[in-house]
Design a protein around this ligand. Sequence first.
Ligand SMILES: [Fe+2]
Ligand SMILES: [Fe+2]
Length: 170
Amino acid sequence: MLKKNIEVICNRQVEREGYSSNLYIAMASWAETNGYSGVASWLYSQSDEERIHMLKFIKYINERGGKAIMPALKKPEAEFKDVEEVFKAVLKHEEFITSSINEIVSLTLDEKDFNTHNFLQWFVMEQVEEEASVRVVLDKVRLVGKTNMYEFDRDILSLRKPAANAGATP
Ligand SMILES: [Fe+2]
Ligand SMILES: [Fe+2]
């Protein structure tokens, strides 16, 4: 049975992963309507992954005798200056999510909740990958994007990590 404070903080993460999913749809929609179909595909795929992260938390909370709560939707940022600004915002958001996951890890140690601690290890590794992959994209935007946005948009999907690491099964 989950302790109440662990259940509450895991539900906070349900909200944050759900928000991440919606944020990336909002960004994908911006990209799609500004002619960047590659960037849009990258972001739609990213959004799907975030939904899976949300489901992982929902299922874990319920499995351990807690009650997962679907939160109200917050309206994500939807206007951006350019593609570089989008990916800077993605990186900033992923750094926020990393610190959010680390806070839960820290609480599980305080509470000696080793099951939840173990459950979170996948997310700890996932955040390392997420931040690294967004940094690669940002580097590419800065290198190629300034002179040839067409090429960047065409090649961005090749920068995605393989689906096997994407955590397809919640
Ligand atoms: Fe996530
Ligand atoms: Fe993420």
